[in-house]
Design a protein around this ligand. Structure first.
Ligand code: C2E
Ligand code: CA
Ligand code: CA
Length: 591
């Protein structure tokens, strides 16, 4: 007889090997301690349970059952945790086939692998036919053989589940994002003490590759990047997936030093990308304490990668740090405070004058309405720190509407007060463009305040135009038909083509501040401005330059034929009262 069949005294005493009575797993406790895979051993002979249990206990958590019915109950209860069943075919309360059949008939159980234990060679084929994946003979093989077969059966079943349950991304052969998350979750479950990093790879200007070189070239590049991501993830003990068009996620073991990861990725991928003017950005979120859920970890890695500017000289990798965490908390706070702020009128509007410079003396011709938040704790919060946030979270529509209403009410007050006013412009966010009620809402506001559509100009950012040309064209046409004037804001920030510009319905081009900052007589920046002015002349629309801060900028723009100017040179944004005084002054001057 095999020496191993002899129960040894020290094994019988071992607490962990008690199999009668309490054989159920404490699932809560299982999450807390180091998660090992669990194997259920089913045999009606205590001695057999003990032997197999002792062979496997070092590597697995063991659960026991002494009969078929009990085994099925345990399997059902603990199906999420069982990695394998070792099943004796002959037991006094019914044979193992009962268990095999019960598992095969239940979709949630049939993927748990079963190894049958039998002394009868003849039963092997039948048990395989009924769903067993392997068998062990009695008397037992050597412990090493048993361990190897158990390990292999578990690994095979994991691989099979991967193939069955996932799609593989058809373009790259990487995991789909759904499976990636499922895999990562499993990984976490089984390796609760492993420190992990969430890594996000994305690219600046990748869309240009498709536009300039065609889809096939874009697809080929994505494949090469995917291969690199997979290799790098593997060498860091992890996996990679394509999250969306040109964004990849990697879930890897925590790296003490990211220079290796960066060097591998940047060197290989930059070689492919550099002739194309596209750049890789890597964001990392190290989760050493498992304090965030999976989605949050990747959001944070994305936030880190977003801090890398698109500038060619900026670094390629950013690791989520305390500062970013503070920012996240701050933003969560702002988001949470928004309702109360609206209720308590903490938001207010200011007006930045625009001057017509086509005549000898500049003439007040309009004002841009800008929002301000007087936060009870943080003081004045700049729109740059909350508008993009509210846009991301879908709340900007409410705020924009609030601003439009306030602006219209104020315009009416001025008209009542001075008998006249100048048109004012409000900002219309990208999301508003997709609001089917946009035109009706604006019409309602002007009707309620007894002002005309031509007095309310709408600034729509250029990037909204590049998002969806057809959508915006329809919306802008609808607005203009009602008499609203539409200004294309931040012109030069996006990628409007000349072709697109000529087909777009707009009433004014508003030059982005970045164009103005460095202009000087005959320099490159000034030539750009002159070029844009020519385009505008060709389109027959006036140009508004914003962010004009100095007399020299003003003079250069005037000389080049710019029509309207907004900027600190003339005035910072001012309160409604102050702007009222400007209206009054300009009315007096016109007399
Ligand atoms: P924007 O629409 O491009 O507005 C112009 C920004 O430039 C304003 O910043 C204005 O104060 C600033 N500015 C004007 N002249 C100068 C200058 O000479 N020098 C410098 N350095 N800056 C100048 P603000 O008020 O902080 O607004 C920032 C952005 O927030 C706006 O950019 C706009 O995108 C957004 N925003 C502000 N109010 C609203 C709003 O009511 N609705 C929406 N959707 N967005 C708004
Ligand atoms: Ca604007
Ligand atoms: Ca602007």
């Amino acid at each position: 007889m095999d020496r191993l069949l002899e129960p040894q005294n020290d094994l019988i005493k071992d607490d962990a090997m008690t199999f009668d009575g309490n054989t159920r797993l404490d699932i809560g406790a299982k999450y807390e301690k180091d998660f090992r895979r669990t194997v259920l051993i089913v045999d009606d002979e205590p001695v057999n349970l003990r032997i197999l249990g002792n062979i496997l206990k070092e590597e697995y958590d063991i659960v026991f059952a002494q009969g078929g019915a009990e085994a099925l109950t345990i399997i059902k209860e603990q199906k999420d945790f069982l990695s394998l069943v070792l099943l004796d075919l002959y037991m006094h309360d019914g044979n193992g086939y009962f268990v095999l059949d019960g598992m095969r008939d239940d979709d949630s159980l049939k993927n748990i692998p079963v190894i049958v234990i039998t002394a009868a060679k003849t039963e092997e084929v039948e048990s395989l036919r009924r769903g067993a994946v392997d068998f062990l003979g009695k008397p037992y093989d050597s412990p090493e053989v048993i361990k190897a077969r158990v390990k292999r059966a578990i690994e095979l079943s994991i691989d099979r589940n991967i193939i069955v349950e996932t799609g593989v991304d058809s373009l790259t052969g990487l995991m789909t994002k759904e499976f990636f998350f499922q895999y990562a979750r499993e990984y976490d479950k089984f390796h609760p003490d492993q420190q992990v990093d969430a890594v996000v790879l994305n690219f600046c200007k990748f869309h240009l590759v498709n536009e300039l070189y065609g889809r096939t070239m874009g697809d080929n590049l994505i494949r090469v990047i995917a291969m690199t991501a997979r290799e790098v993830a593997r060498s860091c003990g992890g996996v990679a997936c394509r999250y969306n068009a040109d964004c990849f996620y990697m879930y890897i073991e925590h790296q003490e030093d990211y220079s290796l990861l960066k060097d591998m990725l940047v060197q290989r991928i930059s070689d492919i990308l550099s002739p194309l003017d596209a750049r890789i950005r890597i964001g990392v979120y190290p989760d050493l304490y498992r304090s965030a859920n999976l989605e949050q970890r990747f959001d944070r890695a994305t936030a880190a990668s977003n801090t890398i500017s698109k500038n060619i000289h900026s670094p390629h990798i950013a690791v989520y740090d305390n500062q970013m965490h503070e920012k996240e908390l701050y933003e969560a706070r702002l988001l949470g405070d928004m309702d109360k702020a609206l209720e308590e009128h903490q938001f207010m509007v200011v007006f930045q004058p625009k001057y017509d410079i086509t005549t000898d003396t500049p003439r007040l011709c309009s004002a841009e309405v800008l929002i301000r938040w007087k936060h009870p704790e943080f003081g004045f919060v700049r729109p740059d720190s909350f508008m993009p946030l509210f846009e991301e979270n879908g709340r900007i529509k409410e705020l924009d509407r609030y601003v439009w209403r306030e602006a219209a009410k104020q315009l009416k007050r001025w008209k009542d007060l001075y008998g006249t006013a100048v048109p004012i412009s409000v900002n219309v966010s990208r999301v508003d463009i997709y609001d089917p009620d946009l035109v009706d809402y604006l019409k309602q506001i002007i009707a309620e305040n007894n002002i005309s559509a031509s007095e309310l100009h709408l600034e729509i950012t250029e990037t909204a135009y590049t998002d969806s040309v057809t959508q915006i064209k329809g919306v802008v046409e609808g607005l203009r038909n009602e008499g609203f004037m539409v200004e294309m804001d931040d012109f030069g920030k996006g990628y409007s083509s000349l072709n697109m510009l000529t087909s777009l319905p707009i009433d004014a081009l508003k030059l982005d501040m970045a164009f103005i900052t460095d202009i000087a007589e005959n320099n490159k920046e000034m030539s750009m401005v002159e070029f844009v002015l020519e385009i505008a002349r060709f389109l027959g629309v006036p140009v508004i330059a914003e962010g004009v801060e100095s007399a020299s900028q003003y003079l250069l723009l005037k000389k080049a034929g710019c029509d309207i100017i907004q900027g600190y040179y003339f005035s910072k944004p001012v309160s409604a009262t102050e702007f009222g005084h400007l209206i009054e002054k300009s009315r007096m001057a016109a007399r």
